[in-house]
Design a binder for this molecule. Structure first.
Ligand code: ZN
Length: 204
């Protein structure tokens, strides 16, 4: 299985704030799609006893994850959102103030959380950038690009949500085995989801 690569993007801020981000009353299509996908995955986790326990042991509150999803915006660099500049998305000046597409081209990641340093404090924003790896992945057998599967997309989105909800970097997520593919190995998608309803034995 491919390991989807994720990371945070750290911008260098200018001295002044740009001001508030213009209110976007209607979430963009990418945000709606991503929220729907990851909320479906969280619901599946909640409905699977073993899975739910694994998250509980890791002290991950599924309701906090849901709340974080609703607060997070997603941007697809393959579309027009790729032309948005860091300052326009985050509401703070950056130097250089690059577009999301340029930022994505500078990192080897299938998705990343926009972040910046304010004084010496690292601020992780609630803006997630989806790069080309969100759509296509090299096939392990021959290296040719194939469409990213729905499960891979959901795991990738959930990984970014874990970064934001827990306020942790990859080192922490990996050291706690919270890399989504490892964590979710406990949470195999069941084709008979109705068999793993709330309250079912954890030994399933
Ligand atoms: Zn990560």
């Amino acid at each position: 299985m491919n390991i989807l690569v994720t990371m945070s993007w750290i911008a260098v801020l200018g001295a002044r704030n740009v001001g508030a981000v213009p209110p976007q009353e209607h979430p963009a299509v990418t945000t709606q799609m991503a929220r729907k996908l990851v909320l479906e995955r969280i619901d599946e986790i909640a409905q699977n006893g073993h899975c739910r326990q694994t998250f509980w042991k890791e002290k991950i509150d599924l309701n906090l994850l849901r709340f974080t999803v609703e607060q997070t915006r997603f941007y697809d660099v393959a579309g027009r959102e790729g032309n948005l500049k860091f300052s326009a998305v985050v509401g703070k000046l950056a130097s250089p103030d690059q577009t999301l597409r340029v930022l994505a081209s500078e990192v080897e990641a299938d998705a990343f959380v926009l972040g910046y340093y304010d004084a010496n404090r690292y601020v992780r924003t609630r803006h997630v950038v989806l790069t080309h790896g969100y759509h296509e992945q090299p096939d392990p057998s021959d290296g040719r690009l194939r469409a990213t599967t729905m499960e891979e997309k959901q795991n990738l989105l959930l990984h970014e949500i874990l970064h934001i909800a827990l306020g942790k970097d990859d080192d922490d997520l990996n050291s706690r085995a919270l890399c989504p593919l490892r964590l979710l190995a406990f949470c195999q998608r069941s084709r008979t989801a109705s068999a793993t309803i709330e309250g079912s034995p954890a030994s399933e």
